[in-house]
Design a protein around this ligand. Sequence first.
Ligand code: LMR
Length: 328
Amino acid sequence: MKLKPVLLVLSAALSFNAYAQAPIVIKFSHVVATDTPKGQAAERFKQLAEKATNGRVKIEVYPNSQLYKDKEELEALQLGAVQMLAPSLAKFGPLGVKEFEAFDLPYIFPSKTALYNVTEGEIGKSLLKKLEPKGITGLAFWDNGFKVMSANKPLHNPTDFKGLKMRIQSSKVLDAQMRALGANPQVLAFSEVYQALQTGVVDGTENPPSNMYTQKMHEVQKYVTVSNHGYLGYAVIVNKKFWDGLPPDIRAALDKAMKDATTFEKAIAQRDNDMALDAIKKAGKTEIYTLSVKEQADWRKALLPVQQQMESRIGKDLISAINKEAAK
Ligand code: LMR
């Protein structure tokens, strides 16, 4: 027997085997810190997914805009450079799916229950479906929380915003919201906010406390107002072609892991935000102010017209459907 052909066959078999066993890699990119609700849920999904697929799938989580910033990450997903993201619902406008900006409307959700009625019901399902023509499959909604406002001056009344440069995400609703307060909105990627606040490129911003604290924004903002004027949440999304091409048993296991990670995420989101607000208070650099009943009414008066103003962009029917669900 000649040794060479045998060796060739053997090495071909070995490399085939190695190929067959190479795990499917899912790159999951996001822009926040690991110790936020989204960051922790991404890690939980990794654990659950790798366990459920016996290592046939490897999830590589890239937090803190390590790979891509806000807008770039959506492009990277469509191109297939990453497979999974969880952008905030305020960042889908540039993709052409403006309806997601409904989540940014001031005071649209009176409570988390109202929000879940929307995300877990028919409205949520139909919103995720709108991503498909963009080559994206929506897997879940993840939670963060209600936003606070911050600046280097106290923000008690709507008039306090006059002339302030306020950083916003790339949502036209958030643009309208800041303008309704008399502020000048400026779109900036999340990874650029700390520096922009520090150097005075912008005067203030909004986010749930978990994002402010983990990016140390409170260290460069003297005043935080607990206003709960709007909501921040996420859609977990995958490249559709990649997802549809997965073996069905793997896809089912990943679906289940996502379901469990979502339950986990919802359970920790509020607690993490409460803890972050407390931590900001304890850090002693920022004064935390809670609006009085009268001030809350003034904020609502200034901001509620944004709902009507944005009807032509988001759809009157969608806004009334959300308001109807929220009122249940
Ligand atoms: C922001 O850009 O302010 C946030 O949406 C970041 C995030 O993903 O929570």
